[in-house]
Design a protein around this ligand. Structure first.
Ligand code: SAM
Length: 333
């Protein structure tokens, strides 16, 4: 069986240790920064990969040195078999299976997921205020998300919050979310709004990480203390301690300061395609070959070939448009 002695490397020698898997493109929210501006959520396809296929493909990656897996979507909690998927993957990565979710269904699934081997959860929460939440997501769901956060923490899942900031939509939520982190001793990471297929990105809505940080600092009236770099496996965020609290604030500056030279991640889309770069590289189908009984070694060759072509940095850094054929809900963020 083909294994890479030195782990999985891309064409530029970057070690690839982190796999994100979109397990469905269906979602129960319609976030303004993510959803297609044309078409409806109902028209999205049911999960393309069966749970066995997800686990089989993940195992090919883990045999090559992937050490951490994040399940995402669409909304991964819409899959009833998510616990089985987690249980199938967890032993392969020594329990380093994480989930990114909008948290709507988390309260009743948290315990089962923990028991299946999930170790952490990132909950997307872009507003601490009920009406802003509804305006951003088209659903009155803030209470359910907060209940999901509480349940996740109660069963021992490492929980973090992720908030995408859009000027004109939720910049007034930066401070309330930072206060939530301060009070509850949790981590909230603010993500720069990224252009993606069909999401109507515009410069007027873009708020750079530096301005987000300034807003937190001025609002809390305290100097934030930066944590030393944790390495990309812990995520691409710059993290800051909030004095007097266990809470932390982070920023993910995908556009204003990229971290491509240290990129350690690849993605498996909801259709079973390998996406070497979030903003570039055409997807490479792994699902059809798997269904056609490709051998483990054949799949390894496809993965290695795709990784030799992984872009050095995302196209916007060079002033080019990203070449996107899929939406964020298919690629998984
Ligand atoms: N439904 C799940 C959720 O809400 O977390 C998982 C899928 S969602 C596509 C994964 C992550 O991508 C979320 O944290 C979301 O906020 C982020 N995301 C989606 N579109 C984005 C955009 N245009 N810019 C920045 N982050 C985005």
């Amino acid at each position: 069986m083909l294994r890479l002695r030195d782990g999985l490397k891309d064409g530029l020698g970057r070690a690839i240790t982190y796999l994100r898997v979109s397990v469905t493109e269906q979602c129960n929210l319609a976030c303004v920064y993510c959803k297609p501006r044309t078409g409806t959520l109902e028209r999205m396809e049911t999960p393309a990969m069966s749970r066995n296929e997800v686990v089989q493909l993940v195992k090919v990656f883990t045999s090559l040195g992937i050490r951490k897996v994040r399940l995402t979507g669409g909304e991964p909690l819409l899959r009833r078999d998510l616990e089985t998927i987690v249980a199938g993957i967890s032993p392969e990565v020594e329990g380093r299976v994480h989930l990114t979710t909008n948290g709507i269904h988390l309260a009743r699934r948290a315990r089962g997921l923990r028991e299946a081997g999930l170790s952490g959860v990132n909950i997307s929460l872009d507003a601490a205020d009920r009406s802003t939440f509804e305006r951003l997501t088209q659903k009155d769901g803030l209470g359910k998300v907060l209940a999901g956060l509480e349940a996740a923490r109660a069963v021992g899942l490492k929980a973090k919050l992720n908030a995408v900031v859009l000027r004109g939509w939720n910049e007034d939520q930066i401070l309330p979310l930072a206060r939530l982190a301060q009070q509850d001793g949790i981590q909230v990471r603010f993500i720069e709004f990224m252009p993606y297929q069909g999401n109507g990105w515009g410069k007027d809505q873009f708020m750079p990480a530096a301005e987000i940080l300034r807003t937190v600092q001025e609002g809390l009236g305290t100097d934030l203390e930066e944590e030393p770099g944790l390495g990309l496996e812990e995520g691409p965020a710059r993290l800051f301690r909030i004095p007097g609290s266990e809470g932390k604030v982070g920023v993910i500056s995908t556009l204003s300061a990229d971290f491509c030279d240290r990129c350690n991640r690849v993605r498996l889309t909801s259709r079973g395609e390998l996406k070497a770069c979030l903003f570039g590289n055409q997807p490479v189908d792994l699902l059809e070959p798997l269904r056609q009984h490709a051998s483990h070694d054949d799949l390894v060759r496809l993965i290695r070939q795709a990784l030799t072509e992984k872009l050095d940095c995302h196209p916007m850094r060079r002033g080019d448009q990203p070449n996107l054929t899929q939406g964020m809900w298919q690629v998984g963020g």
